[in-house]
Write a protein that binds this ligand. Structure first.
Ligand SMILES: Cc1cc2nc3c(=O)[nH]c(=O)nc-3n(C[C@H](O)[C@H](O)[C@H](O)COP(=O)(O)O)c2cc1C
Length: 187
């Protein structure tokens, strides 16, 4: 089993990466493969590369720094394109969002990111608090012991859900039948 983690910061190994690394370590401890993909560049070529990786992945984690109390502009552009490129491969895969902030805007950021998942029928994985870390530098994030615990618990919970899904498949539980999409435009 594999989990794809998208780092929505233009800083490759900054705070968001530090938080995602803690989630990845917890997943690896449960025998699950992980890959952190640099999604801070929303150019289509990069989005397509991530979309290819999602085909082989069983779950998705999207991390973003908080910019002006919202996700980074980069991850919003990335996810808008990613949903067009990879929407079919998102369906029914467990997903989680992670926000990294110096201080404020985390829950608003999480709300925006979760909407990409819930549109695509993805079970949202939670932790023992809303999935955020605090810090302006990776060193500060590493001092946020509660934040790191939240990331670890998130990784463990995701591993548990992935194993439940795997066991369900072996027991013959099938994905729900997909209905033809009805689109009613009130114009
Ligand atoms: C353009 C910009 C806007 C920011 N806005 C906020 C904000 O609204 N609230 C906050 O707490 N931190 C804000 N920050 C700080 C970052 O969210 C914080 O340092 C984050 O942990 C950086 O993650 P990264 O190292 O992965 O990029 C902002 C940083 C930048 C560059």
């Amino acid at each position: 089993m594999k989990v794809l983690l998208l780092n929505g910061s233009p800083r490759k190994e900054g705070c968001t990466y530090t938080a995602l690394s803690e989630v990845a370590l917890a997943l690896q401890a449960e025998g699950i493969e992980t890959e952190i993909f640099q999604a801070g560049n929303p150019e289509m070529e990069n989005v397509k590369a991530a979309a290819e990786k999602l085909k082989e992945a069983d779950a998705l984690v999207v991390g973003s720094p908080v910019y002006w109390a919202s996700p980074s502009g980069q991850i919003i552009e990335f996810m808008d394109k990613f949903c067009s490129a990879a929407g079919k491969d998102m369906l029914h895969k467990p997903a989680a969002a992670v926000a990294s902030a110096r201080r404020a805007g985390t829950t608003a950021t999480l709300d925006v990111l979760l909407k990409y998942f819930t549109y695509h029928e993805m079970p949202v994985v939670a932790s023992n608090y809303w999935t955020m870390v605090h810090g302006n530098t990776p060193e500060e994030v590493r001092q946020d012991k509660e934040g790191l615990q939240i990331m670890r618990v998130l990784g463990k919970n995701m591993a548990w859900l992935l194993k439940c899904i795997e066991a369900g498949k072996k027991a013959g539980v099938e994905l729900p039948e997909q209905e033809e999409k009805i689109k009613t435009n009130f114009i």
